[in-house]
Design a protein. Structure first.
Lengths: 467, 467
């Protein structure tokens, strides 16, 4: 047993340290690409245990990889340099409502959907709704600043975090922010932590903002015979003064994949559909529904479906949630991207994706939160096929460049992780990346926390092929 | 002429460097407390000039104090260590609307109210509305993360910034964020910059998010015979499922000060009033107005006034804007605070303020954005009276402690600046402040940018008395 492992045994109960190969293997992957075996897994259950592990790791310069439920799409929890995976999912769940202050205090292990459920009991809502909300922990959502369909109207995880307890890479417990909505006391470490992909500290408690649950919702499904028309319909709606809660795009490949996987009555002849959810006062919804019908007809929609019952509407949204598992059935490997463009450039981005698909002869399906410019092009491939994977690598690189060319960003909501790290400088410039590295270096001088993420190593390139 | 001044002449046109005593004096104060004479004032007009000045200052280790219109209430632009004031107000105004993307690009010199006016031409709104919006520049708002009445429903400046151009303390031009609402590419330097009080970089351009302008508004003025009842009415309203756009509190001293200064028909017999603005769909407003009337009657309001015309409503909001100038007439010196508590603790905070007033025999008037727990207790005094100022110092320190005791924060929207710096550790702990200092040290190793703000020097205490 190596010396840092011996030290771990002094600070944690033995049963919370896993070293068997089978255990370690189950922590070697997430919902993204690649497998990396850690040397040990620690299952932490309170802030003092986190601090103790980090202090040991910092002294022995062992990398530590915090992990929630492992649903990450950008490799956030992958132990790319070995070392320790810090499993936060066994932490006793805490969801402490303070409805009179419109806030809730949660443990990192609380599942996102459970937080929303607790809020709903008081007529409130925790707005961020990543598709993985039923499985993912809030800790992972915080680390990655998760988005979701409702981001269009309500923003992302970061917009709902007002205070954190954080353990620094050197093992000190600090508080950031607080319990008030307005707070300008010192630097905003809260919003720096949220979305830092676990590279600056381990979040051990969060205070989240809640809002009133809207009194009513209205779903609308619109189908199109041309992808570009669907893109224009999105822009047109959003500049009409209406802000839907959700505005999701599915191309024909996604529609057909869902219908093959779990039939939901989506129009399989359509080249694309947009699924809209309006929310608010019932009287406003009546007005907005008619306005949207007008816009869609004018722009040339093929069909506009207004579900007649709550169940029918729920069925449409269930179909949307099935896209990811459904397309995963098409080919063995799925490379999910989330490059994001200003909303007016969605039609152009759809054109660019089409070009890339033809140029590299790769299978690209597109869906996503088109209302905020956040598309999810997914490349379906087979990682055992070296020649195909080389084409996929090139297609992904060009896809990133297309987003940047159109005034967009590499990642809208999944995070940089490992795959996008080599492209950071092309978006931010060397000086921009340097200012980020200065923060990392000053907080984590031994580079133990989630090392190998966000910042690429000298000469690092995107590689999706096996050795 | 000293050597750094000679270098400045090489990088800036001579007429943009002011060294006359009269000029320097007019940059020696802001809307807060204290006067400090700079050695020079530079009027910068583009990002390259900012970079050139910072490079000179960094080499010669001369402090630089960026300044907009000087409306700051926490001393943000005060040149507390002499050196250079960097006046951003002469920069050519740029307000570049991109309505189809719901964004606007602005120069730091753009006045906040002008940005909103440009948005309104497209049926859009720039939501943050600090009371100084007609005078203040967006650059100052960004540096301080300004709030305002609409913060209750719409959030603060930070919530509307998606991208920045920043000059680092060493004179490098970087971009942070971008043009998309969703963006998780690397650390969130945008939200770190907003509210850093100009200590980490100089903002030279900002991309701001716009939202649809709500179709209708409804003002309601409610008067109370007890301050505490008004506090309870706020909590009761906010937990009823209604989220007003604004919810402002004025105590009797403020009401009377306004009526003496510029009569507006406020009820001078009331112990406190709450002014509410609802916004949204006209049908929702009808429903919400009745709900609020019910809540106010039930809780024991003395009177509920619903203005009959748009002009009457505007008159009430104009009266609210007159509070600051009106109370400034009562005594020569005004110490404005903005300690903020969780909304449910507003009645307790009002009690604590009353105790402090009696204990130190100081004149305290209270108004503010009570809906989000952000009160503005103002201590009215005379800075020439050394004995009174000693009592004011003690009252201010106790006021900060009260906010922290109640789970709140030192500053909700004005910033830490110089006066609150000594109290940072009592809210954040030494380790929390240390993590902030690490960022400052790594970005600004020579401590040239707005030095003397946020972080207190060894043994620094609040002193409001003259030598």
């Amino acid at each position: 047993m190596n010396s840092w492992m011996k030290k771990l045994l002094q600070v944690l109960p033995e049963k919370q340290i896993l070293t068997d190969l089978a255990d370690r293997y189950s922590y070697s992957f997430d919902a993204s690409f690649g497998e990396y075996l850690p040397e040990a897994v620690v299952q932490v259950k309170n802030n003092h245990e986190v601090a103790a592990v980090l202090r040991v790791a910092n002294v022995y310069k062992v990398p530590v990889y915090p992990r929630g439920s492992g649903t990450c799409l950008s490799g956030g929890p992958l132990p790319v340099k070995g070392g320790i995976v810090m499993d936060m999912s066994q932490w006793p769940e805490k969801i402490e409502m303070q409805p009179e202050d419109l806030i809730v205090k949660v443990s990192p292990s609380a599942r996102t959907s459970e937080i929303n459920k607790a809020a709903e009991a008081y007529g409130l809502m925790y707005a961020p709704d990543p598709s993985s909300a039923h499985v993912a922990t809030i800790g992972g959502n915080l680390a990655e600043n998760s988005g979701g369909p409702r981001g269009l109207k309500y923003g992302v995880t970061k917009d709902y975090v007002i205070g954190l307890e954080v353990v620094t890479p050197e093992g000190k417990i600090i508080k950031t922010g607080g319990q008030t909505i307005k707070n300008v006391t010192g630097y905003d470490l809260t919003k720096l932590m949220v979305g830092c992909e676990g590279t600056l500290g381990v979040i051990t408690e969060a205070t989240l903002k809640l809002i009133s649950k809207p009194p009513a919702t209205q779903t609308i499904l619109v189908s199109f015979s041309e992808v570009r028309t669907a893109g224009k319909a999105i822009s047109k709606t959003l500049t009409s003064g209406i802000l839907p809660a959700k505005m999701e795009f599915l191309d024909q490949a996604c529609i057909r994949a869902v219908e093959n996987f779990q039939p939901a009555g989506l129009p399989i002849e359509a080249e694309a559909v947009i699924i809209i959810e309006l929310d608010g006062h019932p009287e406003s919804l009546k007005v907005e529904k008619e306005l949207i019908k007008g816009i869609m007809k004018q722009i040339g929609a093929v069909d506009i479906i207004i579900p007649k019952t709550v169940e029918e509407a729920a069925g449409i949204w269930h179909a949307r949630k099935q896209v990811s598992p459904a397309i995963a059935k098409i080919k063995p490997t799925k490379v999910s991207e989330d490059a994001t463009v200003p909303r007016s450039r969605i039609p152009d981005m759809l054109d660019r994706l089409n070009e890339i698909k033809r140029k590299y002869n790769v299978e690209v399906v597109v869906f996503g939160h088109a209302g905020d410019g956040n598309l999810h092009p997914n490349i379906l491939c087979d990682k055992r096929d070296q020649e195909e994977m080389l084409r996929v690598e090139r297609a992904v690189a060009e896809l990133f460049q297309a987003a940047i060319d159109l005034g967009g960003t590499l990642s809208g909501e999944h995070g940089i992780g490992t795959m996008k790290a080599p492209f950071m400088e092309s978006e931010l410039g060397a000086a921009g990346v340097d200012m980020m590295k200065r923060i990392k270096n000053s907080w984590d001088p031994n580079h133990i926390l989630n090392t190998g993420k966000i910042f690429s190593e000298q000469g690092q390139r995107l590689v999706l092929r096996h050795d």
